[in-house]
Write a protein that binds this ligand. Structure first.
Ligand SMILES: Cc1cc2nc3c(=O)[nH]c(=O)nc-3n(C[C@H](O)[C@H](O)[C@H](O)COP(=O)(O)OP(=O)(O)OC[C@H]3O[C@@H](n4cnc5c(N)ncnc54)[C@H](O)[C@@H]3O)c2cc1C
Length: 407
């Protein structure tokens, strides 16, 4: 069967034979599922392959806000997010038992498995998803070949690798992950409730760490379907005994690390499993190859505390699937002159760079203990507190001042 521009549905043959599509996307996490939805909705023939029919309850991003919402809105997916997530507008930001400021803006809380399910639900034709494991990929400037664990094969014009932190397929293509910062951060995720299940006295709350030696960046509390979700982000040795204490004695350890939390939070209990994750910051090298492109965590990992992982993957999806891929499919071949256009895309490069910059900034702001960072930390919170107080005296003044400066 020939591949042509008119092909809008993947062409399947029998078992152990070959499926043919314009684009084969490996990995149906958030990046791969959104990429499949955008391309399929634009009429391209797409197959999405993931080894799991349903994404498991794993701890990943659990809140969506700011630029992430802007991109989802441009892609036309915000209504679907609103339908499955818990909306909140105000975040009380505190440190040392005192109010720093209040962030105002639309945000949504939901578990990652629900977010991925929502993204998969955006794909117009459910048969686009093949539940299987890709065991081998071979790529060229013309057609790409994928071998699946079931024995099926896929031929496509382009392969998008959205395999998250699993690097085996890229490794098989000669790509390497360069670790920029080993064990850069530690994150904890769990759900809390007041003893009597009464509502908390806030919509959402962020409590920043009080002492650099503790390595606590912040605890973020926000609503999800199952209650009040807690994400704790730290820069500290994952082997430190405090990690075990946080898993086993979560409540007293949190209050010991952040005594100023108690008056705002009141009494509470942890109502589900405490999950935690140690993150390496890494980037792939040797990725510029014909016929294959990497998006999301498959290309670069992110510091969870910086909250840039989803922004990066949304920029990847938007630029690749609304601009580059449609353009590439118009002409024969899939050589590196096409593929390189994505990796030098200015929006993509800016998002990737910002993610690394923010990762380093958050770490230094949290635990930098020299004169410069002690001063910077004081100024950072002082500036926010003063801005907030001025804005309360003269509402809208700061926003007008900032836009006057930009003009
Ligand atoms: C603890 C934690 C907290 C985070 N918090 C935030 C946050 O607050 N804000 C933020 O913006 N970002 C956050 N992030 C980052 C964000 O979650 C990730 O950037 C994002 O989930 C990456 O999505 P992805 O689709 O690239 O990869 P994944 O979601 O990991 O998807 C990869 C998929 O590929 C599939 N796969 C892999 N290999 C194969 C194969 N050979 N065959 C078939 N399928 C395969 C897997 O089954 C999986 O479904 C956090 C990350 C972590 C770990």
């Amino acid at each position: 069967m020939l591949l042509n521009d008119q092909l809008t549905e993947p062409q399947a043959a029998g078992v152990n034979e070959t499926i043919i599509a314009d684009v084969a996307i490996v990995g149906g996490g958030l990046a791969g599922s959104l990429a499949a939805a955008v391309l399929a909705r634009a009429g391209h023939s797409v197959v999405l392959i993931d080894k799991r029919a349903v994404y498991p309850e794993e701890f990943r991003v659990e809140k969506i806000a700011g630029q992430q919402l802007e991109i989802l809105r441009r892609l036309g997916f915000v209504r679907e997010l609103e339908a499955v997530a818990c909306a909140y507008n105000h975040v009380l930001n505190i440190r040392d038992g005192k109010l720093v400021d209040i962030s105002v803006g639309q945000a949504y809380g939901l578990s990652y498995d629900r977010l991925v399910a929502m993204a998969r639900g955006l794909i117009p034709n459910p048969s686009t998803l093949i539940v299987d494991q890709v065991t081998e990929v071979s790529c060229s400037g013309e057609l790409q070949q994928l071998a699946l664990a079931s024995g099926k094969r896929i031929t496509s014009r382009l392969v998008i690798l959205a395999t998250g932190m699993a690097g085996a397929l890229g490794h098989g293509l000669g790509m390497r992950r360069r670790v920029l910062a080993s064990r850069h951060s530690v994150s904890f995720g769990f759900t809390i409730a007041p003893p009597d299940n009464a509502p908390f006295g806030f919509e959402a709350l962020t409590c920043y760490g009080e002492r650099p030696a503790d390595g606590v960046d912040y605890l973020s509390l926000f609503p999800v379907a199952g209650g009040m979700r807690a994400n704790l982000f730290m820069f500290r040795d994952p082997a430190d005994p405090v990690m075990r204490e946080l898993r086993r004695e979560t409540r007293p350890t949190l209050l010991r690390l952040m005594p100023g939390l108690q008056p705002f939070l009141g009494d509470f209990r942890v109502i589900d499993r405490v999950q935690n994750w140690v993150m390496d910051l890494s980037i792939v090298e040797g990725h510029l190859q014909p016929g294959v492109v990497l998006i999301g965590d498959a290309f670069q990992t992110n510091c969870p505390a910086a909250g840039t992982g989803v922004t990066r993957l949304l920029v990847d999806v938007e630029r690749l699937c609304t601009s580059h891929v449609p353009h590439w499919l118009k002409t024969p071949g899939m050589g590196i002159e096409k593929i390189s256009q994505f990796y030098v895309d200015t929006d993509k490069m800016a998002a990737d760079r910002r993610s690394l910059r923010m990762a380093r900034f958050r770490q230094a702001l949290t635990s930098g203990n020299d004169l410069r960072w002690n001063m910077q930390r004081r100024l950072h919170f002082l500036r926010r507190t003063i801005t907030h107080r001025l804005d309360r005296i003269h509402p809208g003044w700061i926003a007008r001042f900032r836009s006057a400066l930009r003009a």
